[in-house]
Design a protein around this ligand. Sequence first.
Ligand code: GAL
Length: 449
Amino acid sequence: MPARTRCAPRAPRRRARGQHGRPARRTVRRTAPVLAATLVGALLAACSPGGDATPSAPVEPHVEVFTWWASGSEKLALDALSSTFAEQHPGVRFDDAGVAGGAGSAAKDVLDSRMAAGDPPDTFQVHGGAELADHVAAHDLRPLDDVVADLDLASVVPETVLAATQVDGVTYAIPSNVHRANVVWANTSVLTAAGLPPTTAFASLDEWFAALETVEESGVTPLALGADWTQVHLLETVLLAHLGAEAYSGLWDGSTDPRSAEMTAALGSFSRLVGYADQERASLDWEDMTFRVAEGEAAFMIMGDWALPAFRAADIPIGNDVLWAPAPGTSGSFGLVVDAFAIPGSATNVDEAMSWVSTIGSAEAQTALSSVKGSIPARTDVSVQALHPYQLHSTAALERDELVPSLAHGTAVDGATLQEVTRAVGAFTEGRASVAQLQRALASALDEG
Ligand code: GAL
């Protein structure tokens, strides 16, 4: 299935985690007296009247699923998946190992520690693209091509989406859904109160800047913004608007010079946007940003379409009180975010984990998930007619638009590069670095990556 794409992820950078990234095997040496004592103890326990010689009860089949869909609308999305799993695999208990925090901001570190400690979950959420490639380089993941064949995913999932779940032609994750990153959302009451037309359709950043200025004059915060990754998310959208799909994508494969004058101009726009943004952003995650817009405390927000269910949960009619559009200057490009599930090679409950990823790839789970997630199914053979009008738009856009990899959501660069970028952006937004320093820091992060 053809899809226009600029999504080739850059090669992963090996993490500082020892040879092959695997934890050192722990060797336990037992001395002879210790062994003897252990044996005697076991015999005594088996022979004494109170000793427990009966075999322990069989363990109920279960699967431990690690995600960051652990609160708010995202928890409802995970619930939709676990309910479908319960219907398809009634004998297997679902164990939720979720760690809350937008975009995996807290979960990714926990996952890394568990992997390093040799205590992996049975299956985990991962972004398709460079983030997955990074895991494949650092850990042993289970190839999932059999699942792709069983579900015939190759004929129903767009090529670019499927490619994001493969490394060197081997599938390591099953895609659950597709999000679009470059979306602008706005509260119409705030716009009209400021004397603006109720629209989010800005053809250029300049048009948007004029609207932001008007909102500021009305006394309302023009742009909702949060901490860390939400700032990188804003940055990627501005880079896309300034550079266009081709040069933006070239940043991640080395064909676009991050030290160029166009890049300086893009960072100048980013700086201007930060000037219009929430001052108390350090404590805000994406859901807080969404509520700020929903409640009219901020006019606009750039956020992926996982915001759709959060607005709906706040009881705000989308398309009436809240408007959406491709982020200013990025119409025709689709910032690709692929959610998927992988299985560590050393997972304990492999059969159950295989059942989980089979459910993930099923039409039922994809419909159930996207209906509460704001995304669209990765499979194109499921009906989207019952989804929100925004999602119908997104479905058409995925087919029609130029697909570009998201920086903040693991499609474009590996984890170490993203951490460097996030640090550089944080230093800038906290006033510890100039635009020139930000540009140098970004360039050196990309050089090293
Ligand atoms: C993205 C993820 C989405 C959503 C979002 C906010 O990285 O792909 O599914 O969870 O973060 O947490």
